[in-house]
Design a protein around this ligand. Structure first.
Ligand SMILES: [Zn+2]
Length: 615
């Protein structure tokens, strides 16, 4: 996770698996000067440039303010810091909405490329466009806050004075192997979304109205418009990527279904979709919690990084030094001294902080920081490499104008962090002296399976959330079939189904944070695909010829140069240019993920012999 620098352009930081993310909602903007864009007098190119310059300067200023307030709030949680941070955020977001609406004035003008791109970014950056009618604007903002609040406060109370919040339920979903208990908490959590149904219906009407005022067909088209291609082409592009990976997913699905059937008996059908509550996660989006049920017999990887770090008495700063050394080995300059002075590495003993790891660039220049409660574990070791990926990205594009200081598209930032984490191989650990000898490749299947349960199992869910919303916003799915359409899509893509009857009284999409909190989701699908494409391209640049999952770019300046070339672009050019800088290709390509998991695919096919596949 990272903090977007321009809070207004992009939505404030969102995380994939963590429901407790910052709000994606756009507060009301005050009486706008229009029902239709102002076009009384024809605007000129000079006015457009002056407008963009002013917007850029103001938005930068507000973003830095919001960032400072946000930092203090996350590292010193009190009622006051929360209010101050919320106010600063609101100011920044309101300004973003206002500039987006005004930018429409310069449509159809012939402009220098930089000015045109900045106008585009101003217009495409919104997640929610409130209608210009003040009453409607107030209403849509209120609904957005209400749904997010209902989600945040959501509790399931199996007994009168015993209530479970999402954190409790998440733990049960991960750890319990009692099918009845799993179904009970699954049903309980989904019930929290029922009151959101009428609100969501109204929310769709109003947010569509605002999107149309900005010239988009609907809110879904507005979301898809930020990918440097026509919105409908982007939808097809996403489908194409999924088709590249579907066979691999089907193999994993068949294998896991069989293993779950061995555990749970007829509760899991031999053919057909897997019951959605048995995969270790509320949304069946991450299956790694059922690894112990599906693992092959010999899973000892031969070493335990957590134990090694403990034995070496590695402290928090020492952990971060390993991460920094990864980047300097690629040719990047060391982190600035302020990074070490201002970051939060350890959980303070005397106050509340947000421990969820995040990376910041507080002044949008060089004030890089991470905020993390570091423990000497293998997981934190990997997370540090991921977070620093954000920091080095932020610094690489800091010479670009303010509006261009962001990732090439919203999938890129997370993908870069994860790309670096993919290079944490046993060979890398040997090179930095944490391991004497890499284990032999016979242990790889277990490691690949564990990774696939996380990254591959996620893909269809990463697709479904917005497939559903795009159809809802466009009107293809109407309120009369909200819930059925949700489960049709989940069954079609994920091959999962509810184990109990669902009706149109239910509103199961609202039991996912990003629907209740109105946060676009396709970025996570893209990030999952892109990280393997980046990893393959960089591994090739580094001359790695072995299996992809054993390649690490550590120490390779050629790979570093390619990575840097992409990072430096920020969002100044269409993302196709950025992907070309790193991979030589102008398209997203999911075959890299297939290559990465090729040994697992082979193994799965052997396991699946004679067993049913598909659903
Ligand atoms: Zn991240």
């Amino acid at each position: 996770m990272f903090r977007f620098r321009l809070v207004l352009l992009s939505v404030a930081a969102t995380v994939l698996l963590q429901p407790a993310v910052s709000s994606a909602r756009v507060p009301e903007k005050k009486a706008a000067p229009k029902g239709a864009p102002i076009r009384a007098q024809a605007a000129t190119a000079a006015e457009a440039k002056a407008f963009v310059d002013a917007a850029e300067a103001k938005l930068m200023e507000l973003a830095v303010e919001a960032s400072r307030a946000g930092w203090v709030q996350s590292t010193y949680i009190t009622d006051d810091t929360e209010i101050l941070a919320a106010k600063a955020n609101e100011r920044a977001i309101n300004a973003g909405v206002e500039y987006a609406k005004q930018a429409v004035r310069f449509d159809n003008l012939k402009l220098p490329p930089d000015v045109a791109r900045k106008l585009l970014l101003l217009k495409n950056g919104l997640v929610l466009a409130a209608p210009s009618n003040p009453k409607e604007s107030e209403e849509v903002t209120r609904i957005a806050a209400s749904m997010e609040g209902e989600y945040g406060k959501g509790k399931y109370c199996p007994q009168k004075d015993k209530c479970l919040d999402l954190q409790d339920i998440t733990r049960i979903m991960a750890e319990s192997r009692d099918a009845a208990q799993l179904l009970d908490v699954w049903r309980g959590w989904h019930s929290i979304a029922i009151p959101m149904r009428p609100e969501y219906q109204r929310f769709v009407e109003l947010s569509n109205k605002g999107a149309r005022e900005l010239g988009f067909a609907d809110t879904g088209a507005m979301w898809r418009s930020k990918y440097d291609m026509p919105p409908d082409d982007f939808a097809r592009e996403v489908d194409r990527l999924w088709e590249q990976l579907k066979p691999l997913y089907v193999s994993l699905h068949a294998y896991v279904r069989w293993k779950l059937r061995e555990k749970y008996g007829d509760a899991v059908p031999a053919t057909g979709p897997i019951p959605a509550h048995l995969l270790g996660n509320m949304w069946a989006q991450d299956w790694s919690n059922v690894f112990d049920l599906v693992k092959p017999p010999d899973v000892d990887p031969g070493y335990d990084l957590t134990k090694i770090l403990e034995a070496k008495k590695t402290d928090a700063k020492g952990m971060v030094r390993y991460g920094e050394a990864f980047f300097t080995s690629l040719g990047f300059a060391p982190l600035p001294p302020t990074f070490w002075e201002r970051s939060l590495f350890v959980k303070p003993r005397d106050r509340e902080v947000v421990c969820h790891a995040s990376a910041w660039d507080v002044d949008n220049e060089n004030d890089l920081r991470i905020k993390m409660c570091i423990e000497p574990t293998a997981e934190d070791f990997s997370t540090i490499h991921h977070e620093l990926g954000h920091n080095f990205y932020q610094r690489a594009y800091n010479t670009k104008p303010g509006l261009f200081r962001d990732s090439a598209n919203d999938g890129f930032h997370e993908a870069v962090g994860d790309t670096i984490a993919l290079s944490i191989t046993p060979e890398y650990l040997v090179k930095i002296g944490l391991l004497d000898k890499a284990p032999d490749p016979s242990k790889d299947i277990a490691l690949l399976l564990r990774r696939a349960l996380d990254k591959l199992a996620f893909l269809p869910f990463g697709l479904v959330v917005d497939q559903w919303r795009w159809k809802v916003f466009s009107g293809e799915v109407t309120p009369a079939s909200y819930n059925r359409a949700w489960w049709d899509l989940r069954t079609k893509y994920q091959g999962v189904a509810p184990a109990i009857e669902r009706t149109e009284k239910d509103f199961d999409p609202g039991a996912k944070y990003h629907v209740a909190g109105n946060t676009p989701y396709t970025r996570y699908f893209l990030a999952a695909i892109l990280q393997f494409q980046f990893h393959r391209a960089l591994s090739q640049a580094a001359g790695c010829t072995g299996p992809l999952h054993r390649c690490s770019i550590y120490g390779n300046k050629e790979a570093g140069k390619k990575l840097d070339a992409m990072l430096q672009l920020g969002v100044s050019r269409p993302w196709q240019d950025a992907i070309e800088a790193i991979s030589g290709k102008r398209e997203m390509d999911a075959t890299a993920m297939r290559d990465y998991f090729a040994p697992l695919q082979k193994w799965l096919d052997e396991q699946n012999k004679g067993k049913p596949t598909g659903w």
